[in-house]
Design a protein around this ligand. Structure first.
Ligand code: ZN
Ligand code: ZN
Length: 336
């Protein structure tokens, strides 16, 4: 959720050398001023981040409330619902296929144009800038359900000793209100070295707003009306954002609390949530994913719906991606 404080284009001295683990050593290695490097590589000040997080959580919910009114009034037709579906699938693919399976786990190799498209679509979700999102997720895998996991319902300073609802809330969205920081140089040195991706990261506010306003502009232009603009902004923007966010967040929260664990020896509490498979584009086979985090496919059985995995298969057949990682399953695993 943090806004980005960085310049564009990326100054050459910001390329962190391999092995740089934190901002202090980055500064020393780069020979630049500690304050300058820290300003560019550190997350946003906690208070500002907290305010933005509240806005990001509350605003889409207000959109949902307004959406109920438009439904009751009979203002929602095929154009609005079609726009919602299109925006939802496009942006959710940006999150699950792009930010998650490609940028966080490098589960396949893609060309520059597809890389750019996935970075933009994921940024349009408004779940935080690319490097921030990936750093948080890599930290989640590094410390799954242990001290250091940014959004575990089983461990956190905020949820310690709390009831089930409090632990769920912390893992779902409450973690964004914490003052914790995640070092970019430690978790995403590979992405920091990529100028194109760093530029998309810096342009995050633009792409996040585009994710809200583009559907409004499209429907407004198609109907040549302000009401079309408003309904497009509402259904393709705010309500789409609420749906994408709560689906992603449910994988983080419920996906570590309820559901089946075919890979019970995974070192964490991750679960498979079959009912969330379609909206999460396969992301909710979360126990499968934690067992094989580098895999581009989350479906371990034909009946496990994995739409992002289907797109991986399609892109591979088209020759747009290669080096696709797949899980190597033992015969008795992945049965739930
Ligand atoms: Zn997880
Ligand atoms: Zn992951």
């Amino acid at each position: 959720m943090a806004p980005v404080i960085c310049s564009d284009p990326m100054p050459p001295e910001l390329d962190p050398p391999p092995g740089v683990r934190d901002n202090a050593s980055a500064s020393a290695a780069l020979g630049g001023s500690a304050a300058g490097v820290a300003r560019l590589l550190s997350p946003t000040p906690a208070r500002r981040q907290r305010r933005l997080a509240i806005l990001v959580i509350v605003l889409p919910l207000l959109g949902v409330a307004a959406g109920v009114v438009t439904l009751v009034q009979g203002w929602v037709g095929a154009a609005e619902s079609g726009l919602f579906l299109l925006a939802y699938v496009a942006v959710s693919l940006g999150v699950e296929l792009g930010f998650h399976r490609f940028f966080s786990h490098r589960s396949f190799r893609a060309g520059r144009r597809l890389t750019l498209l996935l970075a933009i679509l994921g940024s349009m979700a408004g779940q935080g800038p690319l490097l921030f999102w990936v750093a948080i997720h890599r930290r989640h895998h590094a410390y799954s359900d242990r001290a250091g996991d940014p959004h575990s319902p089983h461990w956190s300073a905020a949820a310690a000793g709390g009831g089930v609802l409090r632990r769920w809330w912390h893992a779902h969205a409450g973690w964004m209100l914490d003052a914790e920081t995640t070092g970019l140089t430690r978790y995403v040195p590979d992405l920091l070295r990529d100028r194109m991706l760093f530029r998309i990261h810096c342009q995050y506010p633009f792409w996040a707003l585009a994710g809200l306003f583009l559907p409004g502009l499209l429907l407004g232009a198609a109907t040549r009306s302000w009401s079309g603009f408003g309904l497009g902004l509402l259904w393709g923007g705010l309500i789409r954002k609420a749906a994408t966010d709560h689906t992603t967040w449910a994988v983080n929260s419920l996906g570590h609390m309820v559901g089946k664990r075919p890979h019970a020896d995974a070192r964490d509490h991750s679960r498979n949530l079959a009912w969330l498979a379609l909206p999460s584009l396969g992301g909710s086979w979360h126990n499968n994913h934690h067992a094989f985090p580098a895999s581009a496919r989350n479906d371990h059985h034909w009946w496990q719906l994995d739409p992002a995995g289907w797109v991986v298969g399609m892109l591979e057949r088209l020759g747009w991606i290669d080096r696709v990682h797949r899980p190597v399953l033992k015969p008795d695993r992945g049965t739930a």
